[in-house]
Structures are given as C-alpha cells and as structure tokens.
Design a protein. Structure first.
Length: 437
C-alpha cells in the first residue's frame, strides 16, 4: 500500500484495532473515494483522511492480498451499517474532546443594517437593537457561563457596527473582569473608520473579520441596495486595506451566481490594486443560498472551483472555505461546537440561521430547554439522504439544520478530488514520502 497521506492522528489513537475475520466478504467502504490523476489511481478515505495510491477490489476475503486495506478500513464487511459506525465514532470523539459548557458567544447587537441586500435571509425581521439593560444582562450571562478562563466573542447582525457601543461595553466588561477574550466579526465593512480600527486592535481584540461583498461595483451597488449609496464599494476596499495593515486577518466572502460572475475578474483586479498587505487577506466565492438549493448548484460550484487560481494570481490566499476537510471533524458548525447565539432581545439560539422556534432559553434564565438544545445537533439523527454519502463525516448531517443544499454530494466530490489532485502534485514536486494538508 503506497501511502499518500497518513490517517488522522486523533482518530488513529482512539479507534480500536480492526479484527481480520475469516469467511467474510469485504467490499469497498462507502467512505472510500476513488479518483485518478495523471493516469494513476488513488483512493481517499473521507472518514480516516488517509489517502493511498492504487485501486480497491470489488470483493475480497482475508488472506487474498488486501489485508492491509481491511485493517485501514478501505475495505469493510458486506452489510456493515457505516452510518451507525460513523455515529459511534462521533460519540467516542465527542466524549474525548468536546467542551461541556458554552465555548463561544455569537452576539447580535442589532438586527438593523445600513444595507438592504437583495438576498438577505433576515429580510422582513423587525430591526431590534439591544437595550442597555439587555447589554448588561448579556455581560452577566457570559461571565456566568464562560468556558474555562477565556471567551470568544463573535459579532454578527444585522450590521454589528451599528451596535458599536454594545461591542465597546461588552469588551470593556471583559477587560475589567480580567477575563481573557478575543473577538471576530461578520460585517459589510462600510461603516469602518480609523477610530473603529483602533478599537478593533485594542479594546475589541478583534483578530479576524469576514467582509461580505458582491463582485465588481456594477454588481455591488444593486445587490447591497443601500438606501443611500455613498461610494461604499471604494470605501470597503480602503477599509479592508487599512485593517490588513493593522494586522487584522480579513476574509472577503464574495457572493456569486450566474449574473455577476462575468465581472468577477474586474472585482479581483480591484482587490489587487487597492488592498495592501495581501498576506493578511483571504478571498472565497460563495454561491448564493438561492443557487445552492436549486438545480444550478453544481454548475455554479464548478465555476467557483476553477476560479481558485484567479484568487492566487491576484496575490491573495484562497480561504479555507474553498477546501474540503482533511482532519476528522468532531463538530460540524457553531451550534455543534457548544456555541450560543444571543439575539438583540436576549433570547438564545443554536445558530444565526435558526428559526424563532429553535429558541432554547434567554440571558435572564439561561438554558431553559437543554433537551431541545442537545436535540438540535444530535448526529445520530442523520438525514436519510446522508446515510450512505461518502462525505457524511464532513457534513452537518443532523436533520434540524436549516441549511439544505441541492447537490451537496456532487459539490463535495468535485472540491475534494480537486484538492486531492493538487495535493498529489505537491507531493511529487517536493519528493516527500507523505504530504499532510
């Protein structure tokens, strides 16, 4: 067995050894993903994350020359319920690593926004803003439920910078209580000023920000749909450059579909020309959710896949969001990580995408429905369409998740094999025995 990539170290440590069983027919695992590159066959195991060169037999038994592949779980007994096996492994790894209390807080200072994005999933929601009383109770809630010593504050909205005073107040409270903290933010970046950047690097301890954009200015203006447009496209580029210069890691998420894709090269030229300190900036293209749930999903994602080189040629990093996972995922999303969303009215939710009925408590009474909270991300309640999917270990498979992509399997396969081929190329170029992603 020629190994291209070693299995995940944590998983290898935790999993019991595989017993070779005589008289059993073995077949390729559902997690064994075959692909070819430069005329050679390879197989990647989406659960263990091991990659080997070669092909798998359609059927075999112990002692027929494939025992090593059976031990590595590329071959499994016929009839094995691999979804149940994955759920068992997930339970083991969670017991070994998962935090028991809240680890991060996604805080929505307001649902108000200075933009009116045509695709916003919060459209129609009342633009509630945290009252001073709610801010103070939010601080008490964090201090009473924080994980270990430090906390991670994630600022979301609406546009969180419309709640600048709330951010100041919460961060100052953490500092006064001598609680180690760091923060991150999702913003349209149009309201950033030099004074805000100064606070980001000092009071807020903000080390990462995601900036949402919509391609070239011709697309940005109608899609962001500001009630009053004040040259925000150029301002955002200037602000990204200033934040990167200040040492803040910036991820630019460019929302795309078939209509704005033709002008993406112009957008990348604008980024290249206007943003300094490119080493602190990463970019990724994200199909709009309306595309992801449609029959156009796979075609748009294929276009996105081919555009990776466009990002790198402009001098930026391709954000990890454009890569598959090459380590075993113990958790799958913010709700699954033990995080909590604090809405402007003080109610608690699993994630910012969740409907009102998923509320499981509030900042005054804490988690009032622990059963509902745990039930939301039970991995053993797997969606039926996910049970036989090779990418089950990489995906949010629990049925409560509100995100439903139409062609997720095809998109995962496309992106994974593309990355694997580049991995093999780097291995051959470097002459290394094993390349770890």
């Amino acid at each position: 067995m020629i190994e291209i990539r070693k299995p995940d170290a944590m998983l290898k440590k935790l999993l019991p050894p595989i017993e070779l069983r005589q008289g059993i027919h073995y077949k390729p695992s559902q997690f064994a993903l075959p692909f070819e590159h430069r005329g050679k066959p390879y197989v990647f195991h989406t659960l263990t994350k091991q990659c080997i060169e070669g092909r798998l037999p359609k059927s075999t038994g112990v002692g027929e020359g494939f025992d090593e592949l059976i031990i590595a779980q590329f071959l499994v007994p016929e009839g094995k319920d691999e979804c149940a096996y994955y759920n068992q492994i997930s339970a083991i790894t969670r017991a070994y690593t998962r935090k028991k209390r809240i680890g991060a807080y996604t805080i929505l200072p307001t649902l108000g926004c200075n933009a009116r994005c045509v695709y916003c999933y919060e459209e129609g929601m009342k633009p509630v803003t945290m009252t001073p009383e709610t801010v103070q109770q939010t601080i008490r809630f964090i201090l009473n439920t924080r994980q270990r010593e430090g906390v991670h504050l994630r600022w979301f909205g609406g546009e969180p910078l419309l709640g600048e005073k709330t951010i100041d107040c919460v961060c100052e409270a953490m500092r006064e209580a001598e609680i180690p903290y760091r923060s991150s933010m999702v913003s349209n970046a149009s309201l950033i000023t030099p004074d805000i950047i100064s606070k980001m690097t000092t009071v807020w301890k903000l080390n990462r920000i995601q900036v949402s954009m919509d391609g070239a200015e011709e697309d940005y203006i109608p899609r962001k749909n500001y009630p009053t447009y004040r040259g925000y496209y150029c301002s955002v580029l200037e602000n990204v450059s200033a934040m990167s210069k200040a040492g803040i890691a910036v991820t630019i998420r460019c929302n795309v579909d078939e209509e704005n894709w033709a002008r993406i090269p112009q957008f990348m030229d604008d980024l290249k020309e206007n943003i300094s300190h490119k080493e602190k900036v990463s970019v990724y293209f994200s199909p709009l959710y309306s595309v992801r749930i449609s029959d156009r999903d796979a075609a748009v994602c294929e276009t996105v896949r081919r555009a990776r080189s466009m990002i790198e040629e402009a001098g930026f990093h391709a954000a990890p969001f454009m890569e598959p996972y090459f380590n075993f995922r113990v958790t799958h999303c913010m709700a699954d990580e033990g995080s909590v969303v604090i809405a402007p009215d003080g109610k608690l939710y699993p994630c910012e995408h969740c409907p009102p009925e998923s509320c499981f408590g509030d900042i005054w009474n804490g988690v009032t429905d622990e059963v509902a909270r745990k039930e939301f991300c039970r991995v053993d309640k797997t969606r039926e369409k996910c049970r036989t999917c090779p990418f089950l270990p990489d995906c949010t498979s629990f049925v409560s998740c509100p995100v439903q992509d139409k062609h997720c399997r095809e998109v995962h396969e496309m992106m994974t094999i593309d990355t694997l081929r580049r991995m093999v190329d780097r291995k051959e170029d470097e002459g290394a025995d094993t390349l770890v992603c």
